[in-house]
Design a protein around this ligand. Structure first.
Ligand SMILES: [Zn+2]
Ligand SMILES: [Zn+2]
Ligand SMILES: [Zn+2]
Ligand SMILES: [Zn+2]
Ligand SMILES: [Zn+2]
Ligand SMILES: [Zn+2]
Length: 233
């Protein structure tokens, strides 16, 4: 990958490898890179501008990733004036938030979005998924459901559930809310793939596919955007 300079990465974080017009990069590395306005073309390819890609690569070559200390960091924190840069596969290790929707914004640990939830104070809150203790306030590591405000989980535990469930089925493991829960999780950097949940039985597939053929949400939350959702489903 020209952008993260790594071949063996977590495909859930970086997406598939794209070879197009001399560009060889992970799809999501392309979406997150500074100064590249790539989008899906609806036919399995990507619309991008070569000047942008070249300029982004030049700029990245002079930037060091604060996590792995290698050069070629193509992502910089979106906070104005902050120049903390990193590679997409290094983001989680560096405690960065990468938002897998809309503008694909990224933030360093210091400037990442915070959950604005008035939490119900609890003696020793624990993760609803793995049962281990969580921090008693929302943090990078410990998150809370914005709807019921007392379901706690670790970032990596809820990320795992999001990958298994997909956008159509992902919900708060306690109150089953989706309306407040999904946007909050996306904002906090949880990746929710647009795909059918792993446990959906075969006969339901067509019916579900029908339901999301055209994404009519006023603010489409489908990772990759409305076009990808339509293309895939
Ligand atoms: Zn990459
Ligand atoms: Zn790195
Ligand atoms: Zn920053
Ligand atoms: Zn956990
Ligand atoms: Zn909840
Ligand atoms: Zn959608």
């Amino acid at each position: 990958c020209m952008l993260c300079r790594q071949a063996q990465v977590n495909p859930d974080a970086c997406g598939e490898m794209l070879h197009q017009q001399g560009v060889r990069a992970h799809l999501l590395c392309l979406f997150f890179a500074d100064g590249i306005s790539a989008r899906l073309d609806g036919a399995g390819g990507v619309v991008m501008f070569h000047e942008e890609v070249e300029y982004a690569l030049e700029k990245a070559a002079r930037r060091e990733c604060f996590v792995c200390q290698q050069s070629g960091a193509s992502i910089t924190c979106r906070e104005t004036g902050c120049d903390v840069s990193f590679h997409l596969p290094c983001a989680t290790r560096g405690g960065c938030v990468t938002q897998y929707f809309g503008l694909y914004r990224s933030f360093c640990r210091e400037h990442q979005p915070q959950q604005q939830v008035e939490v119900v104070p609890e003696e020793e809150p624990s993760c609803l998924i793995c049962m281990d203790p969580v921090d008693s306030q929302p943090s990078y590591r410990s998150m809370v459901c914005p709807a019921c405000q007392h379901a706690w989980f670790h970032r990596e535990c809820i990320q795992e559930q999001a990958l298994q469930a997909g956008l159509l089925r992902f919900q708060c493991p306690a109150c089953r809310d989706q309306n407040a829960f999904l946007p909050e999780m996306l904002n906090m950097g949880i990746r929710i793939p647009f795909r059918l949940p792993s446990w959906v039985v075969q006969e339901n597939v067509e019916e579900l596919g029908e339901r999301h053929r055209r994404c009519d949400a006023s603010e489409c939350l489908c990772p990759g955007g409305r076009e990808q959702a339509e293309q895939e489903g």
